[in-house]
Structure formats: structure tokens, C-alpha cells
Design a protein around this ligand. Structure first.
Ligand code: FMN
Length: 145
């Protein structure tokens, strides 16, 4: 089976964080149905999200996301066929701010700033994998059991 991995960055519309958590409820339900996995980071009013799964499902959900008015300037950072999932534990993991995971950002940016538009596919995947693996970041909304 082919696994597609898609990563994009965007800017949040003027939505408070609570609304992001609403997005997650829909996202996780639909992703579970489509067997999509991934991770979402929200910081400095910007999103960085990875989606992985069957190519047709990844494309369908990305089409919805790209048209969602809760964010804008949606920029595709990468789309690749990969041998295996990197975020199989999460229908959509989520971290807001970075808290203790802030130091991870330092390794991926020149000035300790969250600049997702400047990331390429590989650096974005590695960054999100590290954030996901420490799981200790800022405000992490755990997946419902
Ligand atoms: C930042 C952000 C991330 C989102 N992530 C997902 C996601 O992972 N999966 C998903 O199904 N919908 C996600 N959504 C919601 C979709 O944009 C869309 O509202 C939802 O999939 C319902 O699609 P529909 O309106 O085409 O039926 C996200 C929205 C935003 C703003």
C-alpha cells in the first residue's frame, strides 16, 4: 500500500485557541474514518500540519482544509510517497505553543522563531516528529481514548 505524506503551513484567521480545539474534534473523527494520521502544531498564529494515509484520502481532506476559512495563505510544503507512517499514533495530534519543546525549535530555525513557511518537507517532518515524541510540549490536547 502506498502512503502519502503531505505537509503544509498556514496562518490562522482571527480565531481564539478554543476554536482550534473545535477543529480537532471534526478532524479526528473524519481522519479516523479515512484512516488518516498526522500532527498539528499551532503557534504564533500559524499552523504546521502533516497528514498521512492513502493518497486519495490525503488529497480529499487537504482539499477541504485548503478551502477552510478558519485559516489563510495555505502553502503546500511537501507531498511525498513514503514507506511508512511517522504519526501512526495520532488521528491528529496537537500541540499549541511549545513549552518544554521550545528547545526543539532552536534546532530547526535560525532565530528560535516558528517560521513554518521557511521549512521544507524533511525539516517539517523531523520537527513535528520530535515535538510529537517528547509529547511534553506546551498545551497538548490528547486524543480521546
Ligand atoms: C488548521 C486546520 C486543520 C484541519 N485539519 C483537518 C484534518 O486533519 N482532518 C479533517 O478532516 N479536517 C480538518 N480540518 C477541517 C476541514 O477544513 C473541514 O472543515 C472538515 O474536514 C470538513 O470538511 P467538509 O467541510 O469538506 O465536509 C482542518 C481545518 C483547519 C482550519
Amino acid at each position: 500500500m502506498t502512503i502519502a505524506q503531505l505537509i503544509y503551513a498556514s496562518e490562522a484567521s482571527t480565531e481564539p485557541r478554543a476554536k482550534v480545539e473545535e477543529i480537532l474534534v471534526t478532524a479526528r473523527a473524519r481522519n479516523k474514518q479515512l484512516q488518516l494520521t498526522g500532527y498539528l502544531c499551532f503557534r504564533s498564529d500559524m499552523f504546521l500540519q502533516v497528514l498521512e494515509g492513502a493518497p486519495a484520502s490525503v488529497s480529499a481532506v487537504y482539499a477541504s482544509i485548503a478551502n477552510d476559512r478558519r485559516h489563510s495563505h495555505v502553502v503546500l510544503l511537501g507531498y511525498e510517497k513514503v514507506v511508512k507512517r511517522r504519526f501512526s499514533r495520532w488521528a491528529m495530534g496537537y500541540v499549541a505553543d511549545l513549552g518544554d519543546a521550545q528547545s526543539i525549535l532552536f534546532n530547526y530555525s535560525g532565530q528560535n522563531e516558528f517560521e513554518p513557511y521557511g521549512m521544507d518537507h524533511t525539516s517539517a517532518i523531523e520537527f513535528l516528529s520530535e515535538v510529537a515524541s517528547v509529547g511534553a510540549g506546551g498545551t497538548i490536547v490528547r486524543e480521546p481514548a
